[in-house]
Design a protein. Sequence first.
Length: 299
Amino acid sequence: MTTFSASDVPSMAGRTVVVTGANSGIGRAAAHVLAAKDARVVLAVRDVGKGRAAAAGMSGRVEVRRLDLADLASVRAFAEDFTEPVDVLINNAGVMIPPFSRTADGFELQFGTNHLGHFALTNLLLPRIRERVVTVSSSGHRMGSINFDDLGWERRPYRAMGAYAQSKLANLLFTSELQRRLSEAGSTVIATAAHPGTSATNLLRFDGRNRVRYLAARAAIGLLAQSDDDGALPTLYAAVKDIPGNSYAGPRGFLETRGAPKLVGRSARARDAEAARRLWEVSEELTEVTFPRHSLQAA
């Protein structure tokens, strides 16, 4: 059985890779490998100071640019300033189970950041993307459902984990519908997805309320988690391997919690083509960003 490791990433010389949320966790680990393989890597981060600190630990050509996915004005500014070609866009940044809050545009934070921010960024950059879009989801998508009547948790009691699972399911529906639209437009760009398994990232943060539950969760993650370097391997696999569009990579180990990456399955809800199309249409309305079909054909 052939396994995939960081050493299997080919030379990325001449390629530009944008990684969102690359100042920490699996985003930083993936960026580190890609930079070492001679890619020009752009760390798209909310905190530029933390981004520069992360870049200082990487070799090669690494740049830091500000991007706040919880603010569509920031997303648009980033895309407008980025005029050069992008070979690979890695939609990695995310928030996990925070207390209820909203983005600058009034969306529930996890849906707004994890899905809508990346939805807008991808479509705005798409005329300049040459190879693929990789979106990081989660095995937690299996617990998710898309409540089209209450995407913002305004009519229901807020459940942080439910909102997180909804956003991660949205990532996979986004990937499948993006691939469908790219294929329909005759584009050679592909959309893929990945999940890190259980990775010891800083997504899970203490919210100041239930310390016992927080410590229990951290302990469980500590027992199952793999390192950020290992957690980044499915992302790298989805970014560089010769795989079909709409592929989904994750760890091959027990319950997909850890291990070398391979192509994995997804829930029935994540395979719902009608839900994917509906989510896309709703996302276009919410972000006022549309699929750039004519720009792709012109390119």
